[in-house]
Design a protein around this ligand. Structure first.
Ligand code: C2E
Ligand code: CA
Ligand code: CA
Length: 389
């Protein structure tokens, strides 16, 4: 490999071997980053020629990270760190690729690494930092509370550099969006313990609420990693038994994303949950992830229309007609339907005309912690029930 690299190099460039199969080429002659890309291409070419000439029967890839050392010349350790990152990015791009170092990518990566550590620490410390927020799902016609979707939150101390914490005052917490931390939990497998914790906690909270508001339900989101790597059916049955919650008061929201390669396994879980009386909910309907064929293959109890689809239906006649037909169709099939993402009265009025069974959205409430949910939603629901009784 070193010989091939040397054949591709230009005068003034130097080759060093870092460790095992890693090399560094330095160029202090003032050539540019695009010259570095050309060099990379020549190295690939030299290696391809060698492999062909020697009829070498193996897959051989060569990945490169390129860094513009201008302004960074004095910090060898820093450059090494950046290079390690750049090489890794090149490999992530599918190997046999080169990647040009970008500071923003590096900072995003450092941020993700830090978050990953914080998540691991939280899991190892009784899930401290994780919280479950609940968002109500309302009956469209009766305006009554039917269920709550459990949504995960993660809190970390505010950046100490931002607001010096020498004062000794407890540092503020900032909330990280699930869109940011769920993918990290999935990648690292941490979603498995966290997901179990969430189902158990949410089921327990629901059981408490039922003392005041009988029939109250809770809905949890399951990630494809949990489905693929754990026995979700067993976990769910265990929780229901332990807590004493009836299965029809637990809803499991699933999207089709990621399931395609494990379709039979997925279907088995889906059927098992239904057989046990748990509500199975097809989430994000109308996005790329959940489509018509799911209705036939999976026969959910109920479907949720994603907010992105709701927005389109509110702003475009064709999409509005499409949603009307979907609602009619799901009703004809005997399925329940929830429209997600209603924020204003006028949106509510427009969507109500289509007669979906349930509505979820900021208009009724944003997701909130269990205690607040109890005060703001369970209390009034109980009062309303007394009035009608
Ligand atoms: P999702 O399952 O589609 O959840 C609904 C999201 O829409 C929630 O965002 C909710 O706060 C938001 N939403 C509800 N009503 C409105 C509205 O009227 N307007 C607007 N703008 N947004 C509304 P959130 O809580 O940030 O969750 C984002 C996604 O993260 C969820 O999308 C779900 O895919 C994922 N997620 C959250 N918690 C969990 C969890 O415990 N497990 C797994 N696997 N995924 C989760
Ligand atoms: Ca959901
Ligand atoms: Ca959604």
């Amino acid at each position: 490999t070193a010989n091939c690299i040397q054949r591709a190099m230009e005068p003034g460039q130097k080759l060093f071997r870092l460790v095992s199969d890693q090399f560094i080429i330095t160029d202090l002659t003032g050539r540019s980053v695009s010259d570095a890309r050309l060099l990379y291409n020549r190295i690939r070419y030299e290696i391809a020629c060698w492999i062909e000439a020697h009829q070498y029967q193996t897959v051989f890839t060569i990945s490169a990270g390129i860094i513009d050392t201008k302004d960074r010349m004095n910090d060898y350790d820093q450059i090494l760190k950046f290079l390690e990152f750049a090489l890794n990015e090149a490999k992530l791009e599918g190997k046999n690729e080169c990647y040009l170092f970008q500071k923003e990518d590096y900072h995003a990566w450092v941020h993700r690494q830090k978050l990953r550590k914080q998540l691991l620490h939280a899991v190892n410390n009784g899930f401290c930092g994780f919280e479950i927020y609940y968002q109500p799902i309302m009956h469209t016609r009766e305006h009554s509370l039917v269920s709550a979707e459990a949504l995960m939150r993660f809190f970390v101390p505010a950046d100490p550099d931002a607001d010096g914490d020498e004062t000794g005052v407890a540092r503020e917490l900032v909330m990280i969006s699930p869109a940011e931390f769920i993918p990290i939990l999935e990648e690292s497998g941490l979603i498995i313990p966290v997901g179990r914790w969430l189902v158990r906690t949410a089921a327990g909270v629901c059981k408490e609420w039922q003392k005041e508001h009988p029939g109250m339900r809770v809905q949890v989101n399951l990630s494809y990693v949990q489905v693929a790597k754990t026995d979700v059916l067993r976990d769910v049955r265990e929780v229901l038994n332990e807590i004493g919650l009836s299965p029809e008061c637990l809803g499991v929201e699933l999207t089709e994303s990621g399931y395609l390669d494990s379709n039979t396994h997925f279907k088995k879980l889906w059927d098992g949950l239904k057989k046990n009386g748990v509500l199975v909910i097809l989430d994000d309907f109308g996005t790329g992830y959940s489509n018509l064929h799911c209705l036939g293959d999976l026969r959910p109890n109920y479907i949720k229309i994603d907010r992105s689809f709701t927005l389109k239906a509110l702003n475009n006649q064709y999409e509005h007609d499409l949603m009307t037909q979907i609602i009619t169709m799901t009703h004809k099939l005997g399925l329940t339907l929830c429209v997600e993402g209603i924020e204003t009265e006028s949106e509510f009025k427009k969507i109500s005309e289509l007669d979906p069974d349930y509505i979820q959205g900021f208009l009724f409430s944003r997701p909130q912690p269990a205690e607040e949910f109890y005060e703001n939603l369970i209390g009034p629901a109980v009062a309303a029930a007394h009035l009608t009784a």
